[in-house]
Design a protein around this ligand. Structure first.
Ligand SMILES: CC(=O)N[C@@H](CCC[C@H](N)C(=O)O)C(=O)O
Length: 373
């Protein structure tokens, strides 16, 4: 695949972002591209809205896997793209998964023409942003039949210039848990507050109290995040709300801190139930384990990257981002790395315009790395 074809694919995919386990058009698009490749060494399996593609090696000793996540986000795009903005109103590839898929297709197309020595497995995984596709995929018969010996994945990094690769051994990304809290009280007329239990006021108190957990319950030498991204409640300005919902995410470096934060959330929610005479439910949604890069495979990739004259290696700090790729790394040795895409706006920003020059760079880097093994 030449650079123009890769850019066309990225722009096509950018126009059809779909959220977790709804990647219907994306799956069809990927299948159509894969069908244009030479099929001599390829085998394709569908798994839910994702795909598994195996390339048969000529003298296989092991299976090396490359994983790309394929879902988009519920974000209304605000890029300056003229011809290829999202056609799905309110949805956007604002986390670079259009890049991740394109790079995977670029590498796959090379090996469809040039048979690798070892087997290769390309994983197009749904629902990374939630509710999590990696864990159920790992348990599936489809995946277990093609279980790899080693696995790798990349994530775009807007803060680094094109040509930069950044990673580290050990923890790269944090443990995560989603958080959904619903408060139910008694609604009523705005002028009769003494006959109601106002869930807008209760939710406001709770959001403020939740901020105290990291400040006062997490060891300052450890790290934790409690971010509330959504607060909803009420139906009209002169009606006291009978229901409010709070949605957020928890991030920690250790499992113990995740338990501490969750039990504090439960205590604070109980306090709000008593204090505001309401009832509450807590749902932790999708939980991801940390992304922990295995030492030997990661160091091998770092050493390879440092030897490439067109690549700049940056030792990565740990990040409180989450990735369900951590589930693959729990069971299969491998690593994830950041790929510089040079953009002033960060991940999950409606203005994210990653530099497409990173696509051919990454495709070549990965092919050279696989061939070096
Ligand atoms: C790389 C990245 O941005 N990943 C997401 C993963 C989301 C996990 C889950 N849905 C949650 O919100 O906890 C991130 O937000 O870090």
């Amino acid at each position: 695949m030449n650079v123009d074809q890769l850019i066309t694919i990225r722009r096509d995919l950018h126009q059809i972002p779909e959220i977790g386990f709804n990647e219907i058009k994306t799956q069809t698009y990927l299948l159509n591209v894969i069908q244009t490749l030479s099929q001599d060494f390829l085998e394709v399996k569908k798994w839910k809205t994702g795909l598994l593609v195996k390339v048969a090696g000529s003298n296989p000793k092991n299976v090396l896997a490359y994983r790309a996540d394929i879902d988009g986000l519920p974000i209304k795009e605000k890029t300056n793209y003229k011809d290829f903005q999202s056609t799905h109103e309110g949805f956007m590839h604002a986390c670079g998964h259009d890049f991740h898929m394109t790079i995977a297709l670029g590498v796959l197309s090379h090996y469809a023409e040039n048979q690798p020595e070892n087997h290769l497995l390309f994983i197009f995984q749904p629902a990374e942003e939630g509710p999590g596709g990696a864990e159920p995929m790992l348990r599936s018969e489809e995946f277990r039949e093609w279980w790899p010996d080693e696995i790798m994945a990349l994530h775009i990094a807007p803060e680094y210039p094109v040509g930069t690769i950044s990673t580290k051994t050990g923890m790269l990304f944090a443990n995560t848990s989603e958080l959904f809290i619903t408060l139910k009280g008694k609604g009523g007329h705005a002028a009769y507050p003494h006959h109601a239990n106002d869930m807008v006021v209760a939710a406001s108190h709770l959001v403020t109290q939740l901020q105290s957990i990291v400040a006062r319950n997490v060891n300052p030498l450890d790290a934790g995040v409690v971010t509330i991204g959504v607060i909803k409640g009420g139906t009209k300005q002169n009606i006291i709300a009978e229901e409010a919902t709070i949605e957020g995410t928890i991030r920690t470096k250790s499992i113990e801190t995740m338990s501490i934060i969750k039990s504090r959330i439960e205590q604070l929610v109980q306090g709000v139930e008593v204090g505001f005479m309401c009832s509450a439910t807590i749902d932790y949604g999708a939980n991801y384990c940390q992304v922990y890069n295995e030492e030997i495979t990661t160091n091998h990739f770092i050493e390879f990257t440092k030897r490439q004259s067109n690549a700049t290696f940056v030792a990565s700090p740990e990040a409180m981002t989450g990735e369900d790729f951590g589930y693959f790394l729990e069971q299969i040795p491998g690593f994830m790395f950041w790929l510089g895409v040079s953009c002033e706006y960060g991940l999950h920003d409606a203005r994210l315009e990653p530099d497409e020059g990173a696509i051919p760079f990454a495709v070549t880097h990965l092919i050279n790395f696989i061939d070096s093994k």
